[in-house]
Design a protein around this ligand. Structure first.
Ligand SMILES: CC1=C(CCC(=O)O)c2cc3nc(cc4[nH]c(cc5[nH]c(cc1n2)c(C)c5CCC(=O)O)c(CCC(=O)O)c4C)C(CCC(=O)O)=C3C
Ligand SMILES: [Fe+2]
Length: 341
């Protein structure tokens, strides 16, 4: 297969206060979420002046990927388009068409399978191409990378660095807590070609990081940033409830490793650095949050290696044992029901 471009696919985030509500309406489009609920979420963004760091993080990642390609003789123009905020993927796809691109490789900023983290990016591609119409380039999405050393190793270093900030004399009562975005239980059930893949991949990543970073510590995988109506079950326990349980069990310190995310965006700097950190403080727990990969050179090199898997048939570099798949079967990761759809 011959590819003539690379495109970074991401979530998008507001860059000024007036962007916040239109961005949130885009996130929940078609789901009938009332503006009052969105106004609560908007508050989190307002603590940061209405600016999510995610777009700048993606600009930095794109620049690092371009340099990585140039340094390794990869002659692919690199683009960037988002699901929920500018630059919107449809505008990027229109630009790619104008530039004569015919078949691009797409890399999404999510390591895992499942509807929100994988399938919805395929839908974004299909929707953007349909809007652009004739001449829109084909975009093939690069595989999930939950167990790639270029993702696991930066997380290992980050856990070690976070642990080093805690009191060594309390190591025997220190716990490693991995966290990822909660999703509806129904979405978790249908994640991947045979179901359950989002949680299974997260467990594998957690295990791979744990055994390399702090094999002596007990660990858990918990969930954060739940949304949606209370009657709909989402993955549990929530990190804040879990911290309370740990304190009850005699745990004194926690390292929180956000393996569900690739950059320190709002779900990390608000939900962990404010909410979970406050919970820990109230409970008297020592708390250290491990960094996400961001533009760690090993992570940037991983993107280049994933491209080379597709362009040169380079061997897959991976540490885990769960199956890998490239293209999304039609019956994979069924979308959640939409109001009015
Ligand atoms: C699995 C997953 C990831 C990780 C994989 C990936 O990275 O793709 C992720 C990432 C992110 N989620 C983000 C923000 C939001 N997620 C929401 C809502 C939701 N997330 C869900 C799942 C996920 N989300 C789900 C099932 C919903 C329910 C409604 C829906 O199905 O859409 C809402 C709506 C408001 C609310 O109700 O809370 C917001 C504002 C941001 C941006 C942060 C920033 O701006 O810096 C990022 C990177
Ligand atoms: Fe989300």
């Amino acid at each position: 297969m011959v590819y003539d471009a690379f495109v970074l696919l991401s979530f998008g985030g507001p860059e000024k206060p007036d962007d916040v509500m239109p961005f949130l309406r885009n996130v929940v489009r078609g789901r009938g979420v009332p503006d009052e609920r969105l106004a609560e979420v908007a508050e989190h963004y307002m603590h940061f002046g209405g600016v999510s760091p995610i777009n700048q993080q993606n600009r930095d990642l794109l620049a690092a990927i371009k340099a990585e390609f140039a340094g390794n003789g990869i002659d692919l123009p690199a683009y960037w388009g988002n699901r929920n905020w500018h630059p919107m993927l449809e505008d990027t796809v229109a630009q790619m068409r104008d530039d004569g691109v015919t078949h691009a490789l797409g890399f999404a900023t999510s390591a895992y399978g499942g509807y929100s983290s994988c399938k919805q990016y395929w839908e974004d591609i299909a929707n953007a191409r349909a809007k652009v119409g004739p001449g829109a380039p084909v975009i093939s999405k690069i595989r999930q990378f939950w167990d790639h050393p270029g993702f696991v190793e930066p997380n290992v270093s980050a856990v070690q660095a976070a642990l080093a900030t805690l009191d060594e004399s309390r190591r025997a009562t220190t716990r490693l807590v991995f966290t990822a975005h909660s999703i509806p239980v129904s979405m978790a059930r249908t994640a991947g070609p045979t179901g359950g893949r989002y949680t299974a991949q997260l467990e594998e990543t957690a295990r791979l990081v744990h055994e390399r970073a702090a094999a002596d510590l007990p660990w858990d995988l918990v969930w954060q940033s739940r949304s949606g109506p209370p009657q709909v079950p989402w993955l549990e326990p929530d990190i804040n409830d879990h911290l309370a349980d740990l304190a009850k069990q005699g745990v004194t310190d926690v390292v929180v490793s956000p393996i569900g995310f690739v950059s320190d965006h709002l779900e990390v700097i608000w939900d962990l650095d404010n909410e979970a950190a406050d919970t820990a403080k109230e409970l008297g727990l020592g708390y250290a949050r491990a960094a996400t990969p961001n533009v760690d050179p090993r992570f940037v090199a991983m993107v280049r290696e994933l491209v080379q898997e597709r362009t040169d048939g380079a061997p897959l570099r991976r540490l885990g044992t769960l199956p890998v798949w490239d293209d999304c079967p039609v019956n994979c990761c069924t979308p959640p029901p939409r109001r009015g759809a």
